[in-house]
Design a protein around this ligand. Sequence first.
Ligand code: FAD
Length: 384
Amino acid sequence: MRNNLKFKIVGSGPTGMLLAIALSKLETNIYLTDLLSREKLIDKDKTYAITHSTRIILEKFCIWDKLKPYLYGFNTLSISDSVTCSFSVLNISDLDEDISYVKNIGWVVKHSDLMNVFFKEIDNQQNITFDSNQSLSAKKIVFDYKFFASGANFFNSHFHKFFSFKKSYNHSCLTFKVLVRGNIERRAYEIFREEGPLALLPLDKNLYQIIWTSYTAKSIDRLNSDKNFLLDNLSTILPDNFFLDQIIGEVSVFPVSLSLNMPIFNSKNLILVGDSFHTFHPVGGQGLNTCWRDINTIFDILNNDSIIRNKKLKLFRLKYYTSRFLDILITIIITDTLIKIFTNANLILLPLRRISFLFLNKFSLFRKLVLNQMTKSIVFSNIK
Ligand SMILES: Cc1cc2nc3c(=O)[nH]c(=O)nc-3n(C[C@H](O)[C@H](O)[C@H](O)COP(=O)(O)OP(=O)(O)OC[C@H]3O[C@@H](n4cnc5c(N)ncnc54)[C@H](O)[C@@H]3O)c2cc1C
C-alpha cells in the first residue's frame, strides 16, 4: 500500500461505487457503506443514458470493457417539439472527429447490470471494504476524508452549515419499459411536450425505456392507472413509426429537481459527490454522467503523489469545488433553459422554438455544437 489514508464513502449508488473503484487505484483504504443490502442496491428498475465523457472516464478506470456487453448503443437521436411540430434527427456524422469513430452517439445501460459489474470489480479489490453503517461505526476508524454519495435527499436530513439551493419543477418522471414494433432500431428520442419532455431510450432491439415527465399530480394519476390505459395514452403521443406491444416490469415515479449543495461553512473533512452535490432535470440524460465527472476530478486531484504521501488534504475540498464549478453551471443552465423554453405553449416563445429547429436542420455547425456539448461536455478534453 502506497499510503495509509482511510476514506469513507457514504452511499453505494452508481456514484459511491465508481468513486470506490477510482480511489482504490490510488492504493488508499476505502470503506464503502449504504443503508441498503447488496441485493437491494442491485435490484432497482432504473436505466441510464451514457455519454462519451462517461465512456472516457470508464475506460480510464478499466470498467468500460467489462460493461460493454451490457450497453446498448444508439447512433441517431431524434429531437422534436410537439407544440411547433418541428423535428430534427442527429447522427454520428454530427459528432466531432475524435469520437465519431466509435459509431455511437451514446449508450443505455440498466441499473442492475451496471451495479453487478461494479460489485464484481469491488469484490476483486482488497482495499475496498463494503459494510453496513452500524458495523463500520463499531470499528471506530478515524477517516482522513468522508465522501457523501448518498443521493438527492442527503441534505434535507443531515447537515447544517451548507450552502444549499433547490428548485422543484413541480414535475415528476414516470418510468417504465415497453416492447415495441416498427423500424426504430438504435434511435433515441427526446420529445418536448407542453407538460414536460418525453425521452425514449433503446434498451434492446424491441425494448425501450420510457422517461415521461409531467406535472407531479398527472404522473401520479398515470402511475395509478391501468397498464393498458397507460399504454393507450402513451401511444397517442409517440412518433408515427412506433407501435407499442406491452409494458414490461414495474411503472415507477421519481421527483425531479435542480439542486446544488456545498459545505462551504463546514470545516469537517467531507465532500459531496454525485446527486448529493447536484441534481438536474433529466432532460438530455445528463444526471449520472455529471456525477461521474465529479469522480474524475477527485481522482485527478488525489492522483498527485505529494498530496497523497504527505496527506496534504487541506486544499483538496477547495480545489474540487472550484474545478467542478463550470461544468455544473453549464449543465444547470442548459437543462433549465431547455425546460423554460420548451415545456409550455407560450406564444411568445414559439418563434424561438421554430428558429432553434430551423438552425438544427440547416446548419451542421449548430447541430455539431448541440450534440457534442450533450455527449462530451465542456471538460471532455481534460479527461485523461
Ligand atoms: C427519472 C430519472 C431519470 C434519470 N435518467 C438518467 C439518465 O438517463 N442518465 C443519467 O445519467 N442520469 C439519469 N438520472 C439521474 C440519475 O439517476 C442520478 O443522477 C444517479 O442515480 C445519482 O447516483 P448517486 O449514486 O449519486 O445517487 P443514488 O443513486 O440516489 O444513490 C445514493 C445511495 O446512497 C444511499 N444512502 C442514502 N442515505 C444514506 C445514508 N445516510 N447512509 C448510507 N447510505 C445512504 C442510498 O440507499 C443509495 O443507495 C435520472 C434521474 C431520474 C429521477
